[in-house]
Design a protein around this ligand. Structure first.
Ligand code: ZN
Length: 266
């Protein structure tokens, strides 16, 4: 990944996605906004207890940095599942938001956005059919097969071939920091069989640690995706850069991820 600094806002881009003329995307950091601790500063979540005006200003800044209109954003109520939603138009300001952890579009200037603090952002782009996808996968979503479901949903909605897709696995809590309970480890072993052993490692006396990066990468590979870039940035380690739910014991904000198709490049 590459870190971009623009107008006081820092964000990351995947190298292979940044090269695509028809696409824009950004993985924002916690810097460049107006929120106060524990949401300092670019918190994009309305549901963590931050001041609504600050969250609104943070959204204005983030979208302005990408040169997109705030009203062109789409999002969902993220519920840790594997349901996909195809969006043809923005739903900014709609309430209640639809529940979904996978958002897809093939419409230009419809910007998919989600919020993260340890869960895995999965970005997808089909340069052949001009379509984009964004998924949110914590342990529940990973267990539910969200990464694979996102690929299947892109194929169903747009005729995407997995081999054409460019995929990015964004900053999320790493195997270094993600200790899970034995019930989570058992659920993964039950769902994925022997393959899951590679994603679970035992730290010294610390119980199993789950590798969400690798389990989602493996799901994409199993779905036929070949071009995958993994950020390998641990949000719990990089608390100065990203929000981390685990790293900050639940009292924190959410950083935003945005992806969409530029008008006139399809
Ligand atoms: Zn870590």
């Amino acid at each position: 990944m590459r870190r971009v600094c623009q107008d006081g806002i820092n964000y990351y881009v995947f190298e292979h996605l940044a090269d695509q003329a028809g696409l824009s995307h950004a993985i924002f950091t916690r810097h460049g906004g107006v929120s106060h601790p524990p949401f300092a500063t670019l918190n994009l979540s309305r549901s963590v207890g931050d001041v609504p005006e600050a969250v609104a200003e943070n959204h204005r800044r983030a979208t302005a940095t990408l040169g997109i209109a705030l009203e062109r954003l789409c999002t969902s109520w993220q519920v840790h599942g594997a349901q996909a939603l195809v969006l043809d138009q923005p739903n900014w300001g709609e309430r209640p938001l639809p529940q979904a952890d996978i958002l897809l579009t093939n419409q230009p200037d419809v910007w998919l956005s989600m919020r993260f603090a340890d869960c895995v952002p999965i970005l997808l782009y089909d340069p052949v059919h001009q379509a984009a996808g964004l998924a949110h996968a914590g342990w529940r979503g990973t267990l539910a097969g969200a990464a694979r479901a996102a690929v299947v949903a892109m194929s169903a909605a747009f005729g995407s071939r997995p081999a054409d897709l460019l995929a990015g696995i964004g900053p999320a809590i790493g195997p270094c920091c993600y200790r899970v309970g034995p019930e989570v480890a058992e659920a993964f072993t039950r769902a994925f069989g022997p393959e899951a052993t590679a994603w679970l490692r035992l730290a010294d006396g610390g119980g199993p640690h789950l590798d969400l990066w690798e389990s989602n990468r493996a799901q994409l590979v199993a779905a036929g995706v070949r071009q995958i870039e993994v950020a390998a940035l641990c949000t719990a380690h990089l608390r100065h850069e990203f929000f981390s739910h685990r790293g900050e014991r639940g009292r924190t904000g959410r950083f935003g991820v945005v992806i969409g198709l530029r008008e006139g490049n399809g």
